[in-house]
Design a protein around this ligand. Structure first.
Ligand code: HEC
Ligand code: HEC
Length: 407
């Protein structure tokens, strides 16, 4: 299915080109499916789905970040994370690239109002914030990375673009000489890939939620109850924040990009986790170097308080994703909500007989999020009833792009 999908945009590009031709001849003036893209965005889209841009050939950005799957996916992997170069398991779930252009840069900052302020980490690409500074560079990194597309050779990259069906588009965006300007090829590919990701196809804001805040639709009863739970009893919006008073969709990303340890259970199927001493500590590595706390905050906090924390991602299009959390351990939104509602009241359900968090070492247990949805005590009734779990799931479904109002 992934292979078939990867080739589809080229076909779309051809269709679009022929439609333009037809239109020029007076045959049709129907807009092509990519009519809302600029040339650079269309080039970026074509590069995004070109599975010739990997070594060996066969993998594209679209293999792991499938738009129909909420810009995520496992590329055929069955353990919850993507398969990468030569079918080898990558270390993390393919985080969504939808709306990635709206993720702020990584930083430590002070939040709250005096005297109750605290230092938090926010933003940055990847689950651990250790990504590159710009979307273009993050995209190039994926292309070059040996465990992903393994395409770091600029000469080979340029040769593949030159031999492609879209070499003319590349020239029309970057000039007639572009096919001989090897030194610029990576930067140009990165810029185009980023342009596509921030285009109306990467950040469409066409969910039912967006229609409702603009007065164009109304929720079903389960969705409305789910929204009330999301902000009320379940307190999801404390972290998956949105602005209920704004009619501007971009004010409501449903993820504040702050780093937290919510106690996601260990995914025992992952190859790296076969070693009981291995822990993915998010901000503290080992996939990234431990960042240094800025001098102005150093007296107040230490980097150790950030170990085990991962980014609070946007829930837009979350219902389309096949697996959830940085390690892909959950397979459905029902399971995710059950986790939130029973983590504190019935920890054995998630962590085995000991009932103790199994994916952070003991010295970092204190870094966990508590309170709110996690406020229950051992043995308390679950926070949410089965009906309420379904309602929350229904509301999250209203965050999927492509909503078409019923007539
Ligand atoms: C083999 C699977 C795979 C391929 C191919 C792949 N990615 Fe990714 N991508 C991932 C994974 C996994 C992550 C999360 C990495 C982490 O957190 O350590 C990621 C993260 C990202 C992010 C960060 C988004 C965010 O919000 O933090 C961007 C942007 C991205 N990829 C873009 C691309 C682009 C563009 C391409 C094609 C050039 C690409 N990826 C190819 C698996 C893949
Ligand atoms: C204390 C902050 C916090 C609260 C409260 C919270 N979340 Fe999360 N959520 C996170 C973080 C952090 C992650 C990423 C964790 C990871 O991968 O380790 C996450 C991840 C998720 C994901 C997976 C997203 C993906 O793309 O894989 C879903 C779904 C989700 N949360 C739904 C909810 C719902 C529903 C609620 C309310 C019942 C909720 N969250 C409450 C912080 C929070």
């Amino acid at each position: 299915m992934f292979k078939k999908f990867a080739s589809a945009p080229r076909v779309r590009h051809l269709i679009y080109a022929s439609l333009l031709l037809l239109a020029a001849c007076g045959g049709s003036d129907a807009p092509g499916p990519d009519a809302n893209l600029t040339d650079k965005q269309l080039l970026g889209k074509t590069l995004y789905f070109d599975s010739n841009l990997s070594d060996p050939k066969g993998m594209s950005c679209g293999s792991c970040h499938v738009p129909e799957l909420g810009h995520s996916g496992t590329n055929g992997g069955s353990n919850g994370v993507s398969l990468g170069h030569l079918g080898v398991e990558t270390s993390r779930n393919s985080i969504s690239t939808g709306y990635a252009g709206l993720v702020p840069p990584f930083s430590f900052l002070r939040t709250g109002t005096a005297p109750n302020t605290r230092i938090v980490a926010r933003g940055g690409f990847r689950w651990d914030g250790g990504g590159k500074a710009t979307l273009a560079d993050q995209s190039v990194a994926a292309l070059k990375k040996a465990t992903l597309q393994n395409m770091s050779d600029e000469a080979a990259l340029l040769a593949r673009i030159t031999a492609s069906s879209y070499s003319g588009l590349f020239q029309s965006v970057y000039g007639a000489a572009a096919l001989s300007e090897q030194a610029n090829v990576l930067a140009r590919v990165g810029e185009s890939l980023a342009a596509f990701q921030v285009s109306p196809q990467g950040q469409p804001f066409t969910s039912k939620f967006d229609a409702v805040i603009q007065g164009k639709a109304s929720y079903t009863e389960p969705e409305a109850r789910g929204l009330a739970l999301f902000t009320g009893k379940a307190k999801c919006s404390g972290c998956h924040a949105f602005n209920k008073d704004s009619s501007n969709p971009a004010d409501s990303m449903f993820g504040d990009n702050e780093y937290r340890a919510i106690g996601v259970p260990r995914n025992k199927a992952l190859a790296a986790n076969a070693d009981p001493a291995f822990f993915d500590l998010g901000i503290c590595g080992p996939d990234r170097p431990k960042p240094v706390i800025p001098a102005e905050f150093a007296a107040e906090t230490s980097i150790e308080t950030f170990c085990g924390k991962f980014r609070t991602v946007s829930l837009r299009n979350v219902a389309k994703r096949p697996t959830y959390m940085h390690n892909g351990v959950f397979r459905s939104l029902e399971e995710v909500v059950m986790f939130y509602t029973t983590r504190s009241t019935n920890p054995q359900r998630w962590y085995g007989p000991a009932g103790v968090w199994d994916d952070v070492p003991a010295q970092y247990l204190a870094n966990r999020s508590s309170g709110g949805v996690f406020a229950g005590k051992l043995g308390d009734p679950d926070l949410l009833t089965a009906l309420e779990v379904n309602d929350l799931v229904a509301f999250m479904g209203a965050l999927s792009d492509g909503y078409v109002a019923a007539r």
